[in-house]
Design a protein around this ligand. Structure first.
Ligand SMILES: O=C(O)CCC(=O)C(=O)O
Length: 274
């Protein structure tokens, strides 16, 4: 039975099996077996996992504690445009890991089933898919709300749990202005904290997502697990623009490093004169 722990947030059991037509454990295992994990350069136009060690997905200089695979629906006639979900800490350099959905038939077939369900249930069709792999209990995602400036305002965010292990999913209220960035106060207690079995979906309206924060906390000894996030992204960039922005950020980083090095050398020079 679907449950609604917060207005606009629904938990639907067996969504993967009943709606997407996939076995959530097999799907996770086959996705891991079929596609390479990139720690550095991306292969253009190829389906690939990006490990948290890859600098392109580092968050404020630190490795990401999960592995990601991103797919998007193609643009009619614009094969080289990217849909961009620019969450906090997101970097331009991560975009070229995005592959077209048509390159991954297993996922494309699940999306066709998702779209049929969406059409009947008055849900805006999805066009962007982020598959997350949590290798063990150290992999996690801290409390956050999805950044909606890139999303269709009437869309839902659907997270479908996959993999052999149920991980805890927590949701807490977000109170505007209670700390820098407007997130929930540190002492806020989750009003929802449950192990979500493989195959279940958590479906959030844009409004409910904005009013709350969700997380998959760290957990000692947890086995592998994962999720598929279905989103509807309206922000798009041409391939050429993305390459330009990557080059610009690399230049800025190199300039910063050389200024810092100059300041450090200057400082040592002064000291050695004293
Ligand atoms: O894997 C999950 O259950 C949550 C994923 C998530 O919160 C996200 O991708 O923003």
């Amino acid at each position: 039975m679907p449950r609604e722990p917060y207005p606009g947030i629904q938990i639907i059991p067996n969504f993967a099996q009943d709606v997407l037509g996939i076995d959530p454990v097999t799907f996770h295992a086959e996705m891991l077996a079929d596609y390479p994990v990139s720690d550095a350069e991306f292969v253009p136009d190829a389906v690939q996992w990006v490990s948290g060690q890859n600098k392109a997905v580092h968050i404020r200089g630190a490795p990401l504690q999960r592995t990601l695979l991103t797919l998007q629906k193609d643009f009619d006639g614009y094969r080289s445009r990217y849909r961009a979900y620019t969450f906090t800490g997101w970097q331009w350099a991560s975009l070229p890991s995005t592959a077209n959905l048509s390159l991954c038939e297993r996922m494309a077939s699940a999306v066709r089933r998702y779209d049929e369900w969406a059409a009947v249930n008055d849900v805006v069709l999805s066009n962007h898919y982020m598959i997350t792999h949590y290798g063990d209990g150290s992999h996690h995602i801290g409390f956050h709300h999805d950044k909606t400036h890139d999303m269709h305002p009437d869309a839902s965010i659907t997270i479908v749990k996959i993999g052999p292990t149920a991980r805890k999913f927590e949701i807490r209220r977000r109170e505007e202005g209670s700390r820098r960035g407007g997130g929930a106060p540190r002492e806020a207690k989750p009003f929802f904290s449950e192990y979500i079995p493989p195959g279940a979906a958590i479906i959030m309206s844009i409004r409910a997502n904005a009013e709350t924060e969700h997380s998959v906390p760290k957990e000692d000894g947890a086995g592998p697990s994962g999720s598929i996030a279905f989103r509807t992204i309206t922000t798009e960039f041409t391939h050429a623009h993305v390459l330009q922005r990557i080059a610009r950020s690399e230049n800025a980083r190199a300039n910063y490093r050389s200024k810092r090095e100059a300041a450090r050398t200057g400082h040592q020079h002064t000291e050695s004169l004293v």
